[in-house]
Design a binder for this molecule. Structure first.
Ligand SMILES: Cc1cc2nc3c(=O)[nH]c(=O)nc-3n(C[C@H](O)[C@H](O)[C@H](O)COP(=O)(O)OP(=O)(O)OC[C@H]3O[C@@H](n4cnc5c(N)ncnc54)[C@H](O)[C@@H]3O)c2cc1C
Ligand code: SF4
Ligand code: SF4
Length: 402
């Protein structure tokens, strides 16, 4: 994939400069010059220069011819302050299965600083090889740096499949990687398989508002890239007997400074959670529109606290501003897999169930005996949640927590 300015056609009008959101174009000697380190190939300048037709983006379909050059399954390992994110262990578990099915290797790609021990540890979780980019500048996730370095890895190692978590980090930079390397991306997969005959990744994800599941393939592009939400797949089990290779790449500070030229981290604001993070919680008490008001959500919080659990919510409750979005469970919220999920005043829309149906045990409290949530509930209570919740909290406090 490449971008080109035809100097004969360019009249230096600057329309492309204004159209480029990444500040990738400057005018020098009355001609547009594109900085490839900044350009994301978004095509906005091509559109802006339609009148002159001076900018062209070429997308090589030659990727088809190169498909056979790509081999092995790679997993991007997400880390925060040196600690590997849970979703990355899930990707290692899934990646191992795919690599076994294809009789290929599993490669883990880690970016960070002072993480040699962590890098070596990834072998115990199924990696045959670990590629570790090491620099103090990589402690904190930066879109541009992470994109550039993972693209370096792809160019050199040519993995056939690349997996990453559909987290805030993954959602931010994985599409950029796909655009840069001309890979095929399926986001938010709930199931991954391989067609061993055609050596294709089959990425299944909800489509059309969650009403049907679509399986997507990228036959002509490499790598085949997929992001997967946290808690959808099983984490890799640790095996002390495994051995593998670790390659440490010390990244040149000057190169990182050049990549980071256009962005600066001013501050990092962490969300303060008063209760447990729902994605990690073993017990979740969730409230929906049936709770009736923001004040009534205190009944949900009381029960969650009595059980040592977290507070979840349906989108209807979030949209009503009864509770922040970070608590939303479902297709456009978080996917959760607790041991116990208590749904209170939640009807059980497909979009909500997409985020909680793999919970081990589901209790539903709903006034309407025909509510869909009862179809997946292990235990259903037909009644008014506003009356039942205080009784449950009291009972748990007295009998269980005593
Ligand atoms: C693209 C898209 C993405 C979406 N993503 C999500 C998502 O991520 N998460 C999500 O939750 N939704 C999502 N939705 C919205 C979803 O379709 C539903 O609108 C939403 O889940 C409904 O929330 P609810 O069950 O709280 O409300 P309702 O469907 O209105 O249900 C309220 C329930 O409460 C019961 N009830 C009322 N009063 C009481 C009471 N006192 N005691 C007990 N029960 C009572 C009623 O019988 C009813 O069953 C999405 C929609 C779209 C189109
Ligand atoms: S919009 Fe086209 S003609 Fe105008 S400066 Fe940019 S490339 Fe040149
Ligand atoms: S393709 Fe997009 S990012 Fe690249 S120069 Fe044009 S407008 Fe800027």
């Amino acid at each position: 994939m490449g971008i080109n300015v035809c100097l004969e056609k360019c009249v230096g009008c600057s329309l492309c400069v204004k159209a480029c959101g990444l500040d990738a174009i400057t005018i020098k000697d009355k001609k547009a010059v594109i900085d490839m380190a900044k350009c994301s190939m978004c095509s906005a300048c091509v559109e802006a220069c339609k009148k002159f037709g001076a900018i062209t983006i070429t997308k090589e379909s030659s990727a088809k011819a190169d498909v056979n050059d790509y081999k092995n399954v790679a997993v991007f390992i997400e880390q925060h302050e040196g600690k590997v994110a849970g979703v990355s262990y899930e990707m290692l578990g899934e990646g191992r299965k795919l690599a076994n099915d294809l009789s290929e290797k599993l490669v883990a790609v880690l970016l960070g600083s002072n993480m040699n021990d962590v890098a070596a540890d990834l072998v115990k979780y199924g990696a045959d090889k670990v590629v570790y980019f090491d620099s103090p500048e990589l402690v904190q996730f930066r879109d541009d740096t992470y994109t550039a370095l993972v693209c370096d890895f792809i160019e050199k190692d040519k993995p056939s499949i690349l997996l990453a978590g559909a987290t805030a980090v993954g959602r931010s930079f994985v599409p950029k990687i796909a655009a840069r390397v001309w890979g095929g991306l399926t986001a938010d997969c709930t199931k991954l398989e391989v067609d061993t005959e055609r050596r294709l990744l089959l990425g299944t994800r909800p489509a059309f508002g969650g009403n049907l599941m679509a399986t997507i393939i990228a036959p002509h592009h490499r790598p085949q890239i997929a992001t997967v939400r946290h808690k959808v797949m099983k984490a890799a089990a640790r095996d002390e007997n495994r051995s593998g290779e670790v390659t440490v790449i010390t990244v040149d500070a000057a190169r990182i400074a050049k990549i980071n030229e256009r962005t600066k981290i001013l501050d990092i604001v962490k969300e303060i959670e008063s209760t447990v993070n729902i994605a990690e919680a073993d017990i979740i008490v969730s409230g929906g529109r049936g709770m009736g008001s923001a004040e009534n959500f205190s009944l949900i919080r009381d029960l969650a606290q009595a059980l040592g659990g977290a507070v979840g919510a349906s989108r209807a409750a979030v949209d009503s501003e009864w509770i922040p979005y970070s608590h939303q469970v479902g297709q456009t919220g978080k996917t959760v897999c607790p041991k116990l999920y208590i749904a209170c005043g939640i009807s059980g829309s497909v979009q909500h169930m997409a985020g909680m149906q793999s919970s081990d045990f589901i209790i539903a409290i709903n006034k309407d005996p025909a509510a869909d949530i009862f179809q997946i509930a292990n235990l259903g209570i037909v009644g008014d949640a506003l009356e039942i919740l205080p009784q449950l909290t009291k009972a748990f406090k007295e009998k269980v927590c005593a």
